[in-house]
Design a protein around this ligand. Sequence first.
Ligand code: NAG
Ligand code: NAG
Ligand code: NAG
Ligand code: NAG
Ligand code: NAG
Ligand code: NAG
Ligand code: NAG
Length: 344
Amino acid sequence: MEQQENGKIAVTQEEAPAIRRSKRQTCMRHCKKFWWLHLLIFICVTVLVVCLIIFVGVKNIAQSKINDAQLQVQSIVVTNTQSNQYTMKIDSTITTDGSQHATIDAFDGVMYLEDKPGHVPFATVHFPQTDSSAFQVVNVTQETPVTDMQAFTDFNTWLLANETLRVTVEGQTSIHVRGISHAYGVTFKKTITMPGLQSFNGTTVTDTKISITPQDDGNNFRGMANIPNRSIVTFEIGNATFFNYLNGEDIGTVYINNILLKPGVNSFPMVANITQLPVLQAIRKQPACQTGILDFQLRGKDVVNHGQHLTYYSDALASVNQTVPIDIKTPLEAIPIPVSCSSS
Ligand SMILES: *[C@@H]1O[C@H](CO)[C@@H](O)[C@H](O)[C@H]1NC(C)=O
Ligand SMILES: *[C@@H]1O[C@H](CO)[C@@H](O)[C@H](O)[C@H]1NC(C)=O
Ligand SMILES: *[C@@H]1O[C@H](CO)[C@@H](O)[C@H](O)[C@H]1NC(C)=O
Ligand SMILES: *[C@@H]1O[C@H](CO)[C@@H](O)[C@H](O)[C@H]1NC(C)=O
Ligand SMILES: *[C@@H]1O[C@H](CO)[C@@H](O)[C@H](O)[C@H]1NC(C)=O
Ligand SMILES: *[C@@H]1O[C@H](CO)[C@@H](O)[C@H](O)[C@H]1NC(C)=O
Ligand SMILES: *[C@@H]1O[C@H](CO)[C@@H](O)[C@H](O)[C@H]1NC(C)=O
């Protein structure tokens, strides 16, 4: 049995090289006959791999160039404000290293608050076509519909309340690299940090006048409101009214008309219809009777511009109480109503 088995094995072992040899021969014959096919396949695969490397490589380079570019916003001007739309002008610059010769297609970019979860866009900006030169001015003026009232109100609220806020511009576009006909899809996403209005902290009221009986317009207080704008925004607000609080008590309404808020200190005439008794009582208490100054709180009530209610401003203005110290002693003594410290 063993012998037989060995023999069988031997036979098998003898046969094997013959088969391999014949296979190799077949292969070589095949290769000789079809060498062109193999060469073609080799070339095709090589071209494909090289193309893929170039395609993915250029796409990645294009995307990383877009990522490295810097977007700076110099100013945002919002005018012609209506209930559901406004004109927005954004002056910006895009800075790149300028090394790639490429063109970036025009695209629509959405804007949203980076630090508010949900990232709901409050505006869509149409960016024009740009090229990759090192420094580009990109000024956009467009009619902008309010597509999401809550998101636009939130933006105004954050802008009003915060010291700084982060706004992201994001959109899909294509980049054309010189010498390559293919357009590469890229994502344009930039987050800018802009200064906020800090609740108009630092607002003062000067040139105050008080009348005991209301004037023809029904108001008994007037002055100049000096409102600081620490941000880069210009807003056409229109006619705004404010609640006026003294020691937590609602004592009347403040009116400021035709507000066009610009960067820097903005001075507007203001009038107010105020219940006088709480003011006359408070000014006789320490320390107001000596300093002459009372702290009032102003909170947004309504904003109307050429007959249209602008809730995206009024709701934002209603979200904060801004303390405004006002010299009351001087206009009272001008009437004249002497101010002295009450004994109680
Ligand atoms: C673009 O905006 C900047 C900054 O506000 C301004 O200096 C420049 O003149 C504007 N350019 C154009 C073409 O509007
Ligand atoms: C900005 O202001 C809003 C409204 O007051 C507030 O909820 C938010 O936390 C502030 N965000 C930052 C980043 O300061
Ligand atoms: C307002 O500004 C004053 C000084 O300019 C500062 O002391 C105060 O903390 C600020 N208040 C708020 C609410 O930012
Ligand atoms: C001023 O307030 C008084 C009392 O609340 C009110 O009768 C009057 O209509 C107000 N005038 C104006 C102009 O709001
Ligand atoms: C905005 O107003 C503040 C306070 O008045 C001022 O310091 C700042 O320079 C103004 N910003 C611009 C861009 O003018
Ligand atoms: C503003 O102050 C008034 C009076 O103290 C108060 O009733 C109101 O809730 C405050 N509003 C906000 C938003 O702080
Ligand atoms: C503000 O109100 C005054 C008086 O009612 C009006 O004459 C003026 O046109 C209003 N301004 C705006 C911008 O709506």
